[in-house]
Ligand binder design. Structure first.
Ligand code: ADP
Length: 406
């Protein structure tokens, strides 16, 4: 029996197939450029003796055809991983916004779909393609249990003082304007892995998790529950990101409109796609930023400084609200792979008991590892994230819960 994990974007469909028993990955892939010129399916199959990687150029006008092509590859007589689609007993869908309704994984039925639809105004870019993925999966895998895992769910425990903005209260009460936070699946996963690594129950730990991918966010996790996070109503708030500004003076858009004559759309596009590292030094690829900075490029150096200064500021803030920290956990593309970012973000924090060991910091491995000095009161860890695995774990739990009743 297998679990299929789907992450459906506006023009892409990412998938991963897990063995239900041991959660080993059997296959993974991505369909890209759905509905565009040049669409393709790239996949990787892990067979007992070898790994097969291939790319197929296909005409893929919509998500329905995308998933049908994925199914064909999974069923392929030569190197498929299933013989019949009924082997896929459960499908876990990544859904970005669960609004205030979903505090945990949900088994999908008509009512859940309606609620995700009602939350579209909260995530107009993400929830519609996520829903599309659910709809096509329900049509194609009619027998499988369908499960939604929400990016926002882990943050539901954040207290009101941390999630309500200081704007008229009815903005929250009537319009649900509040902090929701994102990357929850990743923050939850690395927090659990940290607890395993440290040999202490999550309920006894205070952690700061730092997810630095193209999007970036931090979370303060106390006794296993998230108590604050840096992204807000939307993923624009908080840290400096690849192309997003993160925190700015909220009056800047009025200045841009009033004084610079920019339109609403131009401002939204600027803040989401032309800011962050790209706005500061021309690229959103941290590898390039670090390389340019080391080569003496002043803009890249400034971008790196601003990026890490913001992380350090949040480390200070979260240390204060947690009342002390047991571990700071770096994860995702930049967090796992950039010693320069980790070093700058944690520099000169000895007075908080945070001391990075530069030698350990530069050593790399795909494994969970400790990069703080022996004397550091706070452990600094690098913990590889795995959002697909976390979705598979959640889906397996949901399947186990209900399979007795089916
Ligand atoms: P996404 O949010 O798209 O899942 P990832 O978690 O894959 O993003 O992270 C992408 C980021 O990771 C990019 O900015 C990339 O430059 C950065 N990255 C990957 N490898 C390295 C590395 N060795 N050094 C610095 N940055 C890296």
């Amino acid at each position: 029996m297998k679990i299929l994990v789907l992450n459906s974007g506006s023009s892409s469909l990412k998938y991963e197939v897990f063995d239900l028993e041991n959660l080993n990955v059997l296959a993974r892939g991505i369909v890209e450029k759905i509905g565009e010129e040049g669409s393709f399916l790239r996949y990787r199959v892990n067979l007992a003796q070898r790994v097969i990687e291939e790319t197929k150029n296909l005409v893929i006008p919509d998500h329905d055809i995308a998933l049908k092509n994925v199914l064909n590859v999974l069923l392929d007589g030569k190197h498929g991983v299933i013989r019949d689609k009924s082997e896929v007993v459960a499908i876990g869908h990544r859904v970005v916004h669960g609004g205030e309704t979903f505090h945990s994984t949900a088994i999908i039925d008509g009512k859940v779909i309606d609620t995700i639809r009602e939350n579209i105004n909260l995530a107009p870019l993400h929830n519609p393609p996520n829903l599309k993925g659910i709809e096509v999966a329900r049509r194609i895998f009619t027998e499988a249990l369908q499960v939604a895992v929400f990016d926002t769910a882990f943050h539901h425990s954040i207290p009101r003082k941390a999630f309500i903005y200081a704007i008229p209260l009815e903005m929250y009460q009537k319009h649900k304007i509040r902090r929701y936070g994102f990357h929850g699946t990743s923050h939850a996963y690395v927090a659990e892995k940290t607890s395993e690594y440290m040999g202490k129950p999550l309920e006894d730990l205070s952690l700061i998790t730092v997810h630095l991918g193209n999007g970036a966010s931090m979370a303060a996790v106390k006794n296993g529950k998230c108590v604050d996070t840096s992204m807000g109503m939307t993923p624009l708030e908080g840290l400096v990101m690849g192309t997003r500004s993160g925190d700015i003076d909220p009056a800047l858009p009025f200045y841009m409109a009033g004084q610079l004559g920019m339109s609403y759309d131009a401002i939204e596009n600027l803040l989401n796609r032309e800011c962050g590292l790209r706005g500061l030094c021309g690229t959103n690829d941290m590898r390039a930023v670090v390389k340019m900075s080391k080569g003496g490029n002043e803009k890249a150096k400034l971008a790196l400084d601003i990026y890490c200064y913001r992380i350090k500021k949040y480390i200070g803030a979260y240390t204060a609200i947690l009342g002390g920290v047991d571990a700071i956990v770096f994860t995702a593309g930049i967090g796992e792979n950039s010693p320069d970012v980790r070093s700058l973000s944690c520099s000169d924090l000895g007075y908080l008991g945070i001391e990075i060991d530069e030698e350990k910091n530069i050593s790399s491995s795909g494994e969970i590892r400790e990069i703080s000095t022996a004397a550091s009161r706070v452990k600094i860890l690098v913990v590889p994230t795995n959002e697909e695995l976390k979705i598979a774990i959640e889906t397996k739990k949901a399947y186990a819960r209900i399979s007795g009743n089916r």
